[in-house]
Design a protein. Sequence first.
Length: 275
Amino acid sequence: MWRISADLRCFSVDLLLNNYMHKLLAIAHNTFKETIRDRILYNILIFSILLIAFSHFLIALDIGGDEKIVVDLSLACISIFGVLIAIFIGIGLVYKEIEKRTIYTILSKPVSRPVFLLGKYLGLLMTLLVNVAIMTAVMYAVLAFTRRGIDLSILKAVFLIYIELMLITAISFFFSSFTTPTMAAIFSLSFFIIGHVTETLEVLGQKSGVASVKYLTSGIYHVLPDLNYFNIRAEIVHSLPVTIKQIWFSAMYGVFYIAIFYFLAIMIFSRKDFK
């Protein structure tokens, strides 16, 4: 009897997990199809591809010296335009469902709010992955005509850029869970900018003679995510060594903050009244 009960419990758990994954993947797939139809996505992607391709002509004009400018400009494009996609598409995913009132139909079905939000998040990450892959392919196509050729070490920088985009997406989802798209975009962009200057702010704060400024800058540095952990562009451009340990630590650092912002978004979104 004990074995039969245990088997039934295992079967129930497996059935519940399969049902959960089916709903999650369905929402993610629908979100992916929705985002790839967005005109903003194509405008940003086309402009980034043209800018990456233009970097080859900078070498021909002898501007920047060598193929390093191709790597530097390409990685910058992948990062900046990826952030724009994550923010300006991410902030509207949930808001559009609320505005069109389709969220009532979705949540009336046996779909929990955490599953709904996670599905939206994963769907946008799929879109970002495709766009990052396209921009990376264009970069390698341009590099194929330079002395650097196909340098696979550049993928380390691309990988950390994608982790950063995952974090920015989680941040944009957090802000969009309780404010308007415009304010969510402003807050998310502010987080991105501050995240890259937290260390500088902390140093300037320590040099300040005002105690309140010291505490404020120190608090910002220790609480907010330091996005410089995901920026190894200088090392890659100049062919400096980047260890697997450094990549692993930066990735885990990103996952830690992604979990925090997703949890906060779930807490707010779960208590939101759509009536």
